[in-house]
Design a protein around this ligand. Structure first.
Ligand code: URP
Ligand code: ZN
Ligand code: ZN
Length: 462
């Protein structure tokens, strides 16, 4: 380390795998170069972090910036979505490619990459396999070698042309695992979902509450059971996205007890909200898939998070404006599905998890940084504060209090599912590779652009 470092963060409570400790941290050329009890004050910029918590930049492993759904697009593109993310302390997103019919996977990646270049934070791309899975298998080895190691399939959305059948799922999972990739699954049993949806629509049950009654917890559990059986036979790891229910959790538990390697992700909406939101006047705004569930489901997910059963919390950020939601004309099955969340990920988990005693601060760091970095092959570059890692960090004042208001958030949605919730603490500064992108809570990084992160292969230790 040369004598003069570019930034010295002094006297913060710094996250480390054993807990939070009073440390100084030196940053140079975008990397953390030293962390110690006391470092010499020779730096171009010194930032006093006394009484502040210092976290690694958070990773939201599940976002959908500007994706096509129901004749419209989710309303954040990579520029607006990444600004919202940064203001919420998220410095890396894992976003999904969109494979149009007839496109190769490589083409879908290149098109998505061109859009993602507008991002102001770093990003990994997860490769959606939604068309011609058999043909796509041939592309998987080359994609993994080029740093695209995460793939995703849906066991539902047949009518939108995105579903894989179970035999196709088996083939994709086998090929991804053989090439040291990791497959993500949106798990809902499509037959069950389609038959329940049809029954309700035929009876003109259009209200938002029929969304959870069509896309049931049982449909989630059934798909997890089927997928896990195949993963077990193939001895392949499998990552379940947006787990929403106790039944789904129990299906995953049963599979794990048989030795199946499952990673589980849940989202803040399943931890902070419940299906009573669908009974509100504007209940259809909360239509997201899988749906919000019961309070019992919510408590089961909190417990599972505390018990190390859930590996990752990510948002499934897929926002629509009120006008876009209204285009569904109050009919649950015609309402664009998805809600905003990337900016409120950490604040909600900190307030409703840590300050309310449901999870420890270290657990929060694991599920928002360490685990997604490890599972998606981004560690040690991302996900922890250690010498040699990239200087993505969040400086947080735990004393402040705030109220969530859509008007104060930075994405393009003109409403928030969490409007009026009280939040403990305030994100003050955020650095991306040593660049200050949020200062005193405001985004200042418009000339900073994110990098595409090439991921390491997913190993057994992942
Ligand atoms: O409703 C949602 N979550 N829309 C985005 C696509 C998905 O299923 O994750
Ligand atoms: Zn999904
Ligand atoms: Zn999603």
């Amino acid at each position: 380390m040369s004598d003069i470092t570019s930034i010295l963060i002094r006297n913060g409570d710094v996250a480390n795998p054993e807990g939070f400790f009073k440390y100084d941290m030196a940053i140079q050329n975008g990397k953390i170069v030293a962390i110690d009890k006391s470092l010499p004050e020779r730096a171009a910029q010194v930032l006093d972090a006394t009484n502040k918590l210092v976290f690694p930049g958070f990773i939201d492993a599940h976002t959908h910036m500007g994706i096509p759904i129901m004749n419209t697009h989710s309303c954040d593109d990579f520029a607006s979505g990444s600004i919202a993310a940064a203001c919420g302390g998220v410095t890396t997103i894992g976003d999904f490619t969109v494979q149009e019919p007839g496109q190769s996977l490589r083409e879908s990646v290149e098109i998505r990459l061109a859009k993602a270049r507008k991002s102001h934070i770093d990003f990994a791309l997860h490769v959606n396999v939604t068309d011609a899975p058999e043909k796509n298998l041939l592309e998987i080895p080359e994609l993994v070698q080029s740093g695209l190691t995460a793939f995703k399939v849906f066991s539902t959305y047949r009518q939108a042309g995105m579903m894989v059948t179970w035999p196709q799922f088996r083939q994709v999972l086998k090929t991804v695992a053989e090439n040291d990739g990791i497959l993500c699954l949106h798990a809902e049993d499509n037959d069950l979902v389609e038959s329940m949806t049809e029954q309700h629509v035929q009876r003109e049950h259009f209200a938002a509450i029929y969304h959870p009654r069509s896309r049931t917890a049982e449909a989630e559990a059934l798909a997890i059971t089927k997928a896990a059986e195949i993963a077990g036979e193939l001895q392949a790891p499998l990552y379940i996205v947006h787990l929403s229910s106790r039944a789904g959790l129990e299906a995953a538990r049963a599979a794990r007890s048989q030795g199946v390697r499952l990673y589980l992700e849940t989202c803040p909406q399943y931890l902070a909200l419940d299906e009573s939101f669908y009974q509100r006047e504007n209940g259809h705004w909360w239509i997201t898939t899988p749906p919000l569930r019961t309070r019992e489901d919510r408590e089961a997910l909190w417990q599972a998070l505390a018990n190390d059963e859930i590996d990752v919390v990510a948002t499934d950020h897929c926002p629509f404006t009120i006008a876009q939601k209204e285009a569904g004309n109050g009919q649950f099955h015609l309402t664009p599905n998805g809600i905003p969340g990337v900016e409120t990920l950490f604040p909600l988990l900190y307030t409703y998890g840590v300050t309310q005693g449901r999870i420890s601060l270290q657990k929060l760091v694991q599920v928002l940084a360490e685990n997604p970095a490890r599972i998606f092959g981004l560690a040690p570059r991302k996900g922890s504060l250690q010498a040699g890692a990239e200087a993505d960090l969040v400086i947080f004042d735990p004393q402040a209090t705030q109220t969530i208001r859509a008007a104060d958030l930075h994405g393009n949605a003109d409403w928030s599912p969490y409007e009026n919730l009280e939040i403990q603490g305030k994100i003050e500064h955020v650095f991306l590779r040593g660049n200050l992108i949020v200062e005193n809570g405001e985004f200042v990084g418009k000339n900073i652009f994110g990098e595409h992160l090439e991921a390491q292969p997913h190993t057994a230790s992942g």
